[in-house]
Design a protein around this ligand. Structure first.
Ligand SMILES: [Fe+2]
Length: 321
């Protein structure tokens, strides 16, 4: 049986898909209409912690809907119920700390599409779970689409068996350039000071090293970070031996501020990248945010992104070990 818990009722949402027998996202609603208040929800989560944890792994995405979750403090209470450790965000997205474990998801312009990624895929330690809370749903667009990563590997293996194994064996090398000061006019324009949490270049280098990156300073005061070798696919414990598409080749290949190539310096074929982009889009799952939604994503198993949106849109995030 896919589901049993007397504290929740399984609901439906537009856009959900059945992947390998499991619904994504699995929608959980109050068991009875009068159980939708925050205290009832916190109680239900506390009683079913282990079960809920397993559910996130089994279904990869679980959506709490119909509960009275109104603000960052409520969301923080939900996160703290589980006792998962916090993991500090490192990356290009401009984020603002809101309350305890809660941050804004990304303050880059709403008109930009944030390309699919596993959260902090290039960093040595990345979150196991990405949890998102919708405080203000966008009037149009602004979905958070996600993609079962193993499906991408499966389909790429069907079409490019040789290339996939070749790149996976050699590994990948990425570069990424950051300017010297904060500029949130583009989500890719975050300054290195902000990204590394220091304005001291020597300290930034130390922190970069600790994260597994090399740095080259640019004449304009910016920095080029070099990462690699990194894998193309990864297998994580407890995920059925699935090979996850744990890379950011499509997002970084051939861009103005970033690149992706094989670790030995050879180029990744353009048609490999283009086709992969199509496959990722074809496999994507998306639903429409509603106020109070809380979405739990298994970051080992899913890529996620953000579609362009009309304002206002307020989605908050907590990343957990
Ligand atoms: Fe993200």
């Amino acid at each position: 049986m896919e589901f049993y818990c007397k504290d929740f009722k399984v609901g439906k949402c537009q856009g959900q898909k059945l992947v390998d027998g499991h619904t994504m996202p699995l929608v959980l609603q109050p068991s009875e209409p009068h159980n939708g208040d925050l205290d009832s929800l916190l109680g239900a989560l506390k009683r079913n912690k282990d079960w809920f944890d397993e559910l996130i792994i089994k279904n990869s995405a679980v959506l709490l809907r119909g509960f009275d979750v109104k603000k960052a403090e409520d969301f923080n209470d939900i996160i703290e119920t589980f006792g998962w450790d916090d993991i500090r965000y490192v990356g290009p997205a401009p984020r603002t700390h809101i309350y305890k474990r809660v941050w804004t998801a990304n303050e880059g312009p709403l008109s930009e599409f944030i390309y699919y990624h596993h959260e902090m895929v290039l960093i040595k330690e990345f979150p196991k779970k990405v949890v998102l809370f919708c405080e203000i749903p966008p009037p149009e667009g602004g979905e958070t689409p996600f993609v079962p990563s193993f499906k991408v590997t499966e389909r790429m293996l069907e079409e490019f068996p040789q290339e996939v194994e070749d790149i996976d064996t050699k590994g990948l090398k990425y570069t990424f350039s950051a300017p010297s000061n904060n500029n949130t006019s583009s989500m890719r324009g975050r300054g290195w000071e902000d990204a590394f949490g220091t304005s001291d270049p020597a300290e930034a280098e130390r922190r970069a090293k600790a994260l597994g990156m090399d740095m080259e300073w640019l004449p304009n005061g910016g920095v080029k970070t070099i990462l690699g070798p990194r894998p193309l696919t990864r297998v994580f414990e407890g995920r059925k031996g699935r090979r996850m598409w744990f890379n950011t080749v499509v997002g970084m290949h051939g861009k103005e501020v970033s690149s992706a190539m094989m670790a030995d310096g050879s180029e990744i074929p353009e048609k490999f990248v283009k086709r992969c982009e199509q496959i990722i889009e074809e496999e994507s799952i998306q639903f429409k945010w509603e106020a109070g939604d809380v979405l739990f994503l298994d970051n080992y198993a899913l890529l996620h992104g953000r579609r362009p949106s009309l304002p206002p849109r307020k989605v908050l995030v907590a990343t957990c070990k």
